[in-house]
Design a protein around this ligand. Structure first.
Ligand code: 5GP
Length: 182
């Protein structure tokens, strides 16, 4: 087991509906040293890529992405914001994302100022379940003609379809812990 798998076994709690609670170290209280080791590991796995921006989604991806960026030349971190508004102006890239944990659909938006064709993006998120969040982030990058160089996930639930869908699209997807069953 690697450092993250050990931590999940020690402190993770299985909830109803295939939800794993890791709020003591990942997405409520945050263990920065753990995030730093995750950054180190992603830097190894994406060593051959020239990444100049990290893209994530609020809220839980942000903390991880910020520490991971320290291992990618302190590149900027952009997070997609969730918005219920349907009156979005033309200055935004917009994608629809169904939330795994809340079961609602949000627009996720990024200002056109912060994504462009020059960007070589590493997408970072805390969990991968059905892949909706990642597909929304990929769509935002595509709208901006940016290149998705890779995708780094902390915890992939391997028994859900997201990993297969995203790998079939041809992306280098690296998950630090893959859970085969709860
Ligand atoms: P997906 O879009 O791949 O179905 O789900 C990914 C998103 O849902 C992540 O951004 C994460 O916030 C949330 N999520 C999915 N599964 C879990 C889980 O088991 N536990 C927690 N805490 N969040 C999850």
């Amino acid at each position: 087991m690697n450092f993250l798998e050990e931590r999940i076994v020690r402190d993770g709690v299985v909830k109803e509906g295939n939800v794993l609670k890791v709020d003591s170290f990942l997405n409520h209280q945050m263990d920065i040293e753990l995030f730093d080791r995750m950054g180190e590991e992603f830097a190894k796995r994406f060593a051959d890529k020239e990444i100049n921006k990290i893209l994530t989604i609020e809220a839980s991806g942000i903390g991880i992405a910020v520490i991971v960026a320290r291992h990618f030349g302190n590149c900027p971190v952009v997070f997609a914001k969730k918005s219920r508004s349907i009156n979005l102006d033309g200055d935004m890239y917009v994608a629809e994302v169904e939330s795994f944990t809340h079961k609602n659909i949000n627009n996720v938006i990024v200002s056109k100022k912060f994504l462009s064709a020059d960007d070589r993006i590493l997408i970072i998120d805390d969990f991968l379940a059905n892949g909706c969040a990642l597909q929304g982030l990929i769509q935002l990058a595509m709208e901006a003609d940016a290149t998705v160089e890779g995708i780094g996930i902390a915890i992939e639930k391997g028994f859900q379809a997201g990993g297969r869908i995203i790998r079939n699209l041809g992306y280098q997807l690296e998950s630090l812990a893959i859970i085969e069953s709860m």
